[in-house]
Design a protein around this ligand. Structure first.
Ligand SMILES: *Cc1c(COP(=O)(O)O)cnc(C)c1O
Length: 359
């Protein structure tokens, strides 16, 4: 028997997550992974690398709880939000029996994690305005133990109507966990559901240091939930999920100075986003620039493939979204530095000129 055939059927059939790093590309302007464009400087202070780390480093937990406005017992720290996504599936969904539900177009890891775990994926397409289709969700909740909602949604950039989120939480009471992915919540902090935890024992919020905190390479994320939910996740998580250097740097990033710097980054990115949105709206090949509450813009082009290729020939890498339902012709563009935004606009101008010469 070949090794290939020894693998679980669902793993053999799995299409792995096409991360920006895996897709690769060559260029010098990276606008495809929603990272912050400049690396903040950190120094390691920890030295005790001979010892295993704490499972849930106390300082990281305390500082994140204070930052998020929740109790220490309501925080779990993980190897990126991606680990949180998978932990929730492994904790609440029985393979080949339970289902998890999400609403495409949305973040790809919900599907990949469920598939890896052998858990049924129930998809209920978002409405045309990318809000939740609540009646369709209600009709599809049989056996569903976990519902993922991304807010603001990646890759569309929109916020989900809070009244709909409340209705979803009411509808799933006692039946399923609602996990709200708040990876970009620092760009619209008023929209966080962290304040709703006391009302809903089945609510979980996913957070990360990868986006507004500019630490995608650190691999540090959080789940916020009530004590019972967090205690269940702690039964499943690896014994030492967070390396000592990660805890060290996360502690620094969550200091009061670290949070001030994060907020400065957020307001600077929002300024660049408004500038880029304006600039793109005047560009001939753009059909629509969608409003965004995050650090990226979703843009529909009349000739997306040519634009993508032209940009990458100029060393500018963006993310194609055409394979997602409802997103034909769409590219997702991360907001970079002001210079990087300018380079993008300049490259689009030359793309238009090249197209016109050909016509
Ligand atoms: C980037 C991203 C994540 C992953 O965050 P990590 O902490 O880097 O694993 C999760 N959810 C969404 C919606 C994201 O865009």
């Amino acid at each position: 028997m070949s090794i290939e055939n020894l693998a679980r059927t669902n793993v053999r059939e799995l299409t792995p997550y096409q991360s920006a790093r895996r897709l690769g590309g060559s260029g010098d302007v990276w606008l495809n992974a929603n990272e912050y464009p400049i690396a903040p400087a950190f120094q390691l202070t920890a030295q005790t690398f001979n010892r295993y780390p704490e499972c849930q480093p106390a300082q990281v937990i305390e500082r994140y709880a204070a930052y998020a406005g929740v109790k220490k017992e309501q925080v779990l720290v993980s190897r990126g939000a991606d680990e949180g996504i998978e932990l929730l599936i492994r904790t609440f969904c029985q393979p080949s029996k339970d289902a998890m539900l999400f609403c495409p177009p949305t973040y790809g890891m919900y599907a990949v994690s469920a598939e890896t775990c052998g858990v049924e994926r129930r998809m209920v397409a978002a409405k045309q305005d990318w809000q939740l289709d609540l009646p369709a969700i209600a009709d599809n909740l049989d056996n569903v133990k976990l519902v993922y909602v991304c807010n603001p949604n990646n890759p569309t950039g929109n916020l989900i109507d809070p009244d709909d989120l409340r209705r979803l939480l009411e509808m799933t009471k006692g039946k399923a966990i609602v996990a709200v992915d708040e990876a970009y919540i620092e760009f619209c902090p008023q929209a966080s559901l962290a304040g709703w935890l006391s009302d809903y024992p089945h609510l979980a919020c996913l957070r990360t240091l990868s986006k507004a905190f500019a630490l995608a390479g650190l691999r540090c994320g959080f789940v916020l939930g009530n004590e019972t939910l967090i205690a269940l996740l702690l039964k499943v998580i690896a014994p030492y999920p967070l390396p000592t250097p990660v805890a060290d740097i996360a502690t620094q990033a969550l200091s009061s100075e670290g949070i001030v710097l994060m907020r400065q980054r957020v307001s600077e990115i929002a300024t660049h986003r408004r500038w880029l949105q304006q600039a793109l709206q005047n560009y001939a090949g753009v059909e629509q620039v969608f409003t965004s509450d995050s650090n990226y813009l979703l843009v529909r082009f009349t000739a997306a493939r040519q634009v993508f290729n032209h940009l990458s020939a100029q060393g500018i890498i963006v993310r194609n979204q055409h394979q997602q339902p409802g997103l034909s012709g769409c590219l997702r563009i991360t907001i970079g530095t002001r210079d990087e935004c300018q380079r993008l606009v300049d490259a689009l101008t030359t793309a238009n000129e090249t197209c016109q010469e050909r016509m």
